[in-house]
Design a protein around this ligand. Structure first.
Ligand SMILES: Nc1ncnc2c1ncn2[C@@H]1O[C@H](COP(=O)(O)OP(=O)(O)OP(=O)(O)O)[C@@H](O)[C@H]1O
Length: 249
């Protein structure tokens, strides 16, 4: 089966520094792939190359065989590539429901422009209710975002991103800043994502990575060191050195 997302020979340099080195990477429908690596390994840059925030120096990224290079960031979102919103983009004084409704309405507006398809308020509300349910946010629906725990705010971000109906979902540090007592909320939400969605998780929290990822890519100095199942990665001496070496010195 053709990969939904194919990255071939991707390179990126900032000035004289190469931050992405000859990256080859596939993401298929249903994948739960994690990208890990030490600070500065180039994980965020790789995500930014996929979403179109930064252009590559060379190489190619294709979605269903189509080169993404002509498309800017908003066009890639419309093509189905979405990265989680950051909390700063939530309207903190609006309720959870109002925030998610804005996301659904925005996607429908885009859709109408493209397909001239009319959609009623009832459809919007039904979709909002489904997203609230999926992320176990229904009981908080009419509370202001600012009153919720940080972990729940990160769930709202995820729900908003899902409102875009992406095919490729990039979760950029979904557990960052979330207290460990709330990290199960994030893990459960990832486990409940639609089965056919292609998911790439960039995360430092190894507990989360090993719990939700079915395959793990290790990036070091901009290059892929190895890719494997969680069991293979956990047993890989080079990876153990990377993560444990410093602590055992
Ligand atoms: N716009 C930019 N201009 C110049 N250098 C950059 C730019 N963006 C990133 N870099 C450099 O590229 C390298 C990789 O950064 P990147 O943020 O992609 O790594 P990362 O693996 O996501 O790190 P972290 O885990 O700390 O977030 C770093 O050395 C960084 O300083």
């Amino acid at each position: 089966m053709t990969a939904a997302l194919e990255v071939r020979g991707l390179n990126k340099s900032f000035g004289g520094i190469t931050v992405s080195k000859d990256i080859n990477f596939d993401l298929r429908p249903g994948d739960r792939k994690a990208l890990i690596g030490p600070n500065g390994a180039g994980k965020t840059t790789f995500a930014n190359l996929i979403t179109g925030i930064v252009p590559p120096s060379s190489g190619e990224i294709r979605l269903d065989g189509q080169a993404l290079s002509p498309l800017g960031e908003p066009q890639r979102v419309r093509a189905g590539i979405a990265k989680t919103f950051q909390i700063t983009t939530l309207f903190r004084r609006l309720t959870v429901r109002e925030n998610i409704r804005l996301g659904v309405q925005e996607r429908r507006r885009q859709g109408m422009r493209m397909f001239r398809r009319a959609s009623g308020d009832a459809d919007v509300e039904a979709e909002v209710a489904d997203l609230l349910e999926q992320f176990h946010l229904s009981r908080f629906a009419d509370l202001k975002v600012e009153t919720l725990a940080y972990g729940q705010q990160r769930l709202i971000e995820m729900a908003l991103t899902l409102a875009l109906k992406p095919r490729i979902l990039i979760l950029d540090e979904p557990a960052a800043g979330v207290p460990s007592s709330e990290s199960h909320l994030i893990i459960e939400a990832i486990e409940r994502l639609p089965a056919d969605l292609a998911v790439l998780i960039i995360e430092h929290d190894m507990k989360l990575v090993f719990q939700v990822a079915r395959s793990i890519v290790v990036l070091v100095n901009g290059a892929i060191l190895t890719e494997g199942t969680p069991q293979e990665i956990a047993a890989d001496e080079r990876v153990r050195e990377l993560y444990l070496g410093a602590r055992h010195e």
